[in-house]
Write a protein that binds this ligand. Structure first.
Ligand code: NI
Length: 211
């Protein structure tokens, strides 16, 4: 691994930690101000009770069809935000989602995995279609206009920012990396982190949906 890539990884990890601390602080504030809210201590996922994450969106899927959150209203959703040019973390996390879906077997039919780009400039419908096919047939890739993506990033509190790496011609993106697990109604049920394994995620989903 080159020093430049190492520096980028370190920067992404630091930014993820900062984003996590902001999120956790916000959750704590919210819980204090909403005494009815409770934290699910049984889960290894990040406590999220009372945190308003998610919301309506209008985007375009990897087949070029305009879709909204309502198109996925009947399913639980596993959502990851990233970009197709990402060299390591995004593909690892998407692969992990596919593994978790495989581990769920039949039960995975209740779950729709979504990959939403943070880089709509380069992640066109065609780019998304090619990329998403690497992760199995169940995945849907979503892109949109800069404004549409900006709105969805804001409602999911995703950190994403262009960055120029001197060792590369193309820009890259610094971004937070979490997998969001949403209910059919669009409520946040859990957030999985980079260190959560596919089995951990599958077990948590099974416990939340089927037990
Ligand atoms: Ni990435």
């Amino acid at each position: 691994m080159s020093p430049a890539v190492q520096m980028r990884l370190i920067r992404i990890i630091i930014l993820s930690i900062v984003a996590f601390i902001i999120g956790a602080g916000w959750a704590f504030w919210d819980i204090r101000n909403n005494p009815g809210a409770s934290i699910d201590k049984g889960s290894r996922s990040v406590p999220v009770a009372g945190v308003k994450i998610g919301g309506p969106f209008t985007l375009t899927d990897h087949n070029g069809k305009v879709v909204t959150d309502q198109d996925y209203a009947g399913s639980y959703k596993l959502i990851y935000f990233g970009f197709t040019f990402c060299p390591s973390i995004c593909p690892t996390e998407l692969q992990k989602m596919t593994k978790a879906m495989n581990a769920l077997g039949e039960q995975s039919k209740a779950v729709q995995p979504l990959f939403i780009t943070i880089d709509p400039e380069r992640d066109t419908v065609d780019v998304m279609k090619d990329y998403i096919s690497l992760f199995g047939s169940r995945f849907v890739g979503l892109t949109g206009t800069t404004d549409q993506i900006g709105d969805v990033l804001k409602s999911y509190r995703v950190f994403a920012q262009k960055a120029q790496d001197p060792s590369m011609d193309e820009y890259t993106m610094d971004h937070s990396s979490f997998i969001y697990f949403m209910s059919p109604e669009g409520d946040l049920l859990a957030i999985y982190r980079v260190q959560d394994s596919a089995d951990t995620i599958a077990d948590d989903i099974r416990r939340r949906i089927f037990q």
